[in-house]
Design a protein around this ligand. Structure first.
Ligand SMILES: CC(C)(COP(=O)(O)OP(=O)(O)OC[C@H]1O[C@@H](n2cnc3c(N)ncnc32)[C@H](O)[C@@H]1OP(=O)(O)O)[C@@H](O)C(=O)NCCC(=O)NCCS
Length: 185
């Protein structure tokens, strides 16, 4: 009986969005008013943190989209093998938030790791050079830096996909083609 809840992350469905508050009006407003539209319009995928026991209450959420980053902004050590591309493909964590009542319990870390794994998994189908994030102000930058993110311009940070791949070597990148060219999936 009791014990630690088992957390799960899944695509946003018909959960109770109005009850979610993280302390940031923009992030709360986005989740309530725009998240579903962004899914419908194919602008962002939205994932929610739930418990096995209660799949209606949202403890946190994040969004993923495709982005381009300026190769010129990256450290030259990272781009010396990328050729002459001026733009590189990336995966954007557009928003990431944990409910106010549950902050400081490592759920932000849980969500971020889930997002990084998901971004890496997706490179089996659509390649991405890095994960980027626009931190909500200087105060949150330290949160991302803790997990190896490096600063680009302003409050934008990035983590190379090769670093993520080394961190999670067991991630099975789906849809790898076999030598005959047919998908394994
Ligand atoms: C920022 C946020 C996502 C962090 O989630 P959280 O669940 O509170 O953080 P966690 O408990 O997972 O913290 C993991 C680690 O990051 C650190 N950390 C958390 N928030 C931090 C912050 N704002 N700055 C620096 N470090 C932070 C914690 O101290 C912890 O470090 P430790 O392992 O050394 O103890 C959450 O506080 C939040 O939703 N804030 C409001 C919305 C927001 O600003 N979102 C960011 C959008 S870019």
């Amino acid at each position: 009986m009791g014990g630690e809840p088992k957390y799960v992350v899944q695509p946003l469905g018909d959960q109770n969005r109005a009850a979610f508050h993280c302390g940031d009006k923009e992030l709360d407003g986005y989740f309530l008013e725009r998240a579903s539209r962004d899914i419908r319009e194919k602008i962002a995928a939205v994932f929610v943190l739930l418990t096995e026991e209660d799949k209606n209450s949202v403890f946190g959420y994040y969004t993923l989209s495709n982005q381009e980053i300026d190769a010129g902004e990256l450290p030259s050590a990272l781009t010396k093998k990328t050729g002459k591309y001026r733009k590189l493909p990336a995966t954007l964590i557009g928003r990431l938030a944990v409910s106010k009542a549950h902050q400081g319990c490592k759920l932000g870390e849980f969500l971020l790791i889930d997002a990084l794994k998901r971004a890496l998994e997706a490179t089996g189908s659509v390649m991405s050079f890095a994960v980027v994030v626009d931190a909500k102000g200087e105060q949150v930058i330290a949160f991302y830096e803790k997990y190896g993110f490096m600063r680009l311009s302003g409050t934008r940070l990035f983590l190379p996909m090769k670093t993520i791949e080394k961190t999670f070597p067991s991630i099975n990148k789906t849809s790898e083609l076999d030598p005959q060219g047919s998908s394994k999936t």
